[in-house]
Design a protein around this ligand. Structure first.
Ligand code: AHG
Ligand code: MN
Ligand code: MN
Length: 335
């Protein structure tokens, strides 16, 4: 049997890759792994515990009903960031405003984290894969002062690291620091994330498309055409058309496409002209990972990571996945 590489060992081995590495980013990535192990444990036992499943009874800034586990996961990550000392402030999908941390200890932190604590909320109560998505930036404001809105509102191209933790049939952490993408599976017997998917590459072409097709008549007619031509007819030289797979947890659809090849589409619709997905918590981090793995992420007209954010909870149309599939889908767009 080969020697197992734990996430912690891997992070330490790669520390020299970071510019001006002083260990803080390594510690931050390790902290995220620890918080996600706690969340994973909660997710795995949620049906057995009082007060873990169901609605929280509150609506977040996105106008969406919060689930109890959304709030539990949010607090778990925030507490870890507050007590780690590497992070001066955070912004989360579940909180209306960004959160500058108080006190010298945190204000000396060089980084901010933007995250979606639990992606796929509607799947929590029905035991379907969900995940955490995170994005790390170097602060713009001066070290030793409170974090500012400007620290949070950076384009995706400025990300220092990004990743996700998928609470699926196994728990996996996948992340990039801009030097490729690596995936780690949580070994429940030893409680460690272990390297299971080194140097992940997204196939250039795949056969899976993921879109909520309930929206097909309220979005760019080119998308309907794309689905009809590519997904509902036998393609030349192929034995069957593309397959539709839509989990309803972006993070899980994305992960499957990372491995098998595919495209995920959440377009602008007449109901949600900006689309549904959040630029800072969902689209940018997964765009960074997609690009690092050889894939693409675009609004259909613009590279996701080039967008200069104008609002914290900004939404954007999203096409992400295998390079050739994203290019193909874009060529059908009219608007
Ligand atoms: P969240 O649970 O963090 O609010 O995100 C849900 C997102 C995404 O994960 C998923 O793919 C999409 O919303 C599903 O939206 P529809 O129900 O409109 O298809
Ligand atoms: Mn989400
Ligand atoms: Mn969420």
């Amino acid at each position: 049997m080969n020697k197992v590489t734990t996430l912690h060992e891997f992070i330490m081995d790669r520390q020299a890759d970071f510019p001006f590495a002083s260990g803080e980013l390594s510690r931050l990535l390790s902290d995220i792994a620890v918080a996600s192990k706690v969340v994973s444990k909660d997710v795995r036992r949620a049906g057995l515990l009082d007060n873990f499943l169901g609605k929280q009874g509150s609506i977040n800034i996105q106008g969406e009903e919060q689930q109890k586990l959304d709030v539990i996961a949010d607090n778990q990550f925030i507490n870890m960031f507050k007590t780690g000392g590497e992070v001066c402030g955070i912004a989360s999908e579940e909180n209306d405003e960004f959160m500058p941390f108080e006190g010298e200890f945190s204000q000396n932190g060089k980084y901010v984290v933007l995250f979606d604590p639990l992606d796929g909320s509607t799947n929590i109560d029905v035991n379907v894969s969900i995940g955490t998505i995170f994005s790390i930036y170097r602060r713009q404001s001066k070290v030793g002062t409170p974090a500012t809105l400007e620290d949070m509102m950076q384009s995706g191209a400025k990300q220092i690291a990004a990743g996700y933790v998928l609470y699926g049939s196994s728990t996996m952490m996948v992340y990039t620091t801009g030097k490729g993408v690596n995936g780690f599976t949580l070994d429940p017997y030893i409680g460690e994330f272990c390297l299971s998917h080194p140097d992940m590459r997204m196939p250039e072409m795949g056969r899976i498309y993921a879109m909520n097709e309930g929206n097909v008549n309220i979005c760019d007619p080119g998308i309907k055409e794309y689905i009809e031509s590519k997904c509902q007819q036998i393609l030349e030289g192929a034995s069957r058309p593309y397959s539709g797979r839509y989990i309803g947890s972006l993070v899980a659809d994305f992960h499957r496409n990372m491995i098998k090849g595919g495209i995920y589409i959440y377009p602008s619709t007449t109901v949600d002209p900006e689309g549904k997905l959040r630029l800072l918590y969902e689209c940018n981090p997964l765009a960074f990972i997609a690009e690092q793995a050889g894939g693409l992420a675009t609004t259909g007209h613009e590279r996701i990571m080039d967008i200069e954010p104008t609002r914290l909870h900004q939404r954007v149309p999203y096409f992400v996945g295998s390079k050739k599939m994203v290019e193909q889908a874009m060529s059908y767009l009219k608007g």
